[in-house]
Design a protein around this ligand. Sequence first.
Ligand code: ADP
Length: 258
Amino acid sequence: MSIKVGIDLGSTAIKVVFLENREIVWKKVVPTIPGQAQIANDLISEGLSETGYSPDQLNDPVVTGYGKNLVHDAGKVIDEVSANALGVFLLSDHKARTVINIGGQDVKVIRLSESGKLIDFKMNDKCAAGTGRFFEVAGRILNTPVDDFGDLGQSSADTVNISSTCVVFAESEIVSLMAKGIERQPIIRGLHESLARRIAGLAGNHDIEDAVYLDGGSANNRGLVAAIEDELCRDVHVLPYPQFSVAYGAARSLDSTV
Ligand code: ADP
């Protein structure tokens, strides 16, 4: 039996997957901190002990993401846009035509052909607005973990307009809304809507086509997904583990090209 290993060294989180027969049999995400190569090796050891595979059953890992060049004993290195495109195309049963990946520090809009070939991509990595970082900053001010944003935002019938697109100005906007006594639920809903406008601005100019898949850690936020669907006026799909599709695509690049 040969187990494929994909490692996505993202700017915010490190993701590792083990695949047996194209299925994810083990996965783990941990925050990105200095010493990524050692963390990746430790995760592989953890995966081995949890699954019971022996080291000689593992293929050399395929590494991708922001820190991909830090792992010197990788079997293969692949760029994150190609890994993302391949991962979402395969996991969506070849349905995906547009992938919107909201990472910790950037947003990518990737377009795919019917056969899964990368047509083009667009990236916003100059500014934290529209990225997971925006939510993390807001979460600190609101004293709320980002994992709770989806439910809290969706539980509110009210919303507020967050007009600042810059994280620094949005931060002071949130503080002044709180000073007026506004609850965190409508503020979070307003944040989702603000982010959705920003992301739709990036994606909309890019001739997006169905089917659209939202990907990356922030795709776990159902409130954000709903706000993006409203803004784009179309269905937005989310895979079961949207934070792992880049690592999955990296591992599958050993046996699949599109
Ligand atoms: P990168 O690859 O750039 O490191 P990821 O795709 O791993 O980024 O996404 C990291 C982001 O995902 C973080 O900003 C984190 O806040 C967000 N995230 C992860 N899980 C959730 C969740 N359940 N709800 C909302 N946001 C989440």
